[in-house]
Design a protein around this ligand. Structure first.
Ligand SMILES: [Zn+2]
Length: 90
């Protein structure tokens, strides 16, 4: 499945691509690293170097039913108004 990349600089593993992820209906899309599976709520949060806010952001699907988790489609990203955050796809 095609992935829509919002960042190529994962601050946790330094290797993964951070892509938009669909978790469940009626929940906002989130961002996940395809290597270490760290999760952020916003693209702005990815670059944070503040250890407190950083650890606060990385909660792998805390409280979210992960059964429907998959890479978000372009349609979902467009609908969420987030296409401007996409820097590439593969
Ligand atoms: Zn990573």
């Amino acid at each position: 499945m095609e992935r829509y990349v919002a960042s190529t600089r994962c601050p946790v593993c330094k290797a993964g691509l951070i892509c938009w992820v669909f978790t469940a209906e009626h929940l906002p899309l989130v961002l996940m690293c395809d290597e270490c599976h760290s999760v952020w709520k916003t693209p702005e949060g990815i670059g944070s170097t503040d250890p407190l806010s950083f650890t606060g952001e990385v909660q792998p699907f805390d409280g979210i039913d992960t059964s429907g988790v998959r890479w978000a489609t372009s349609k979902e990203i467009t609908k969420a108004g987030l296409m401007a955050t996409v820097i590439g796809h593969e």
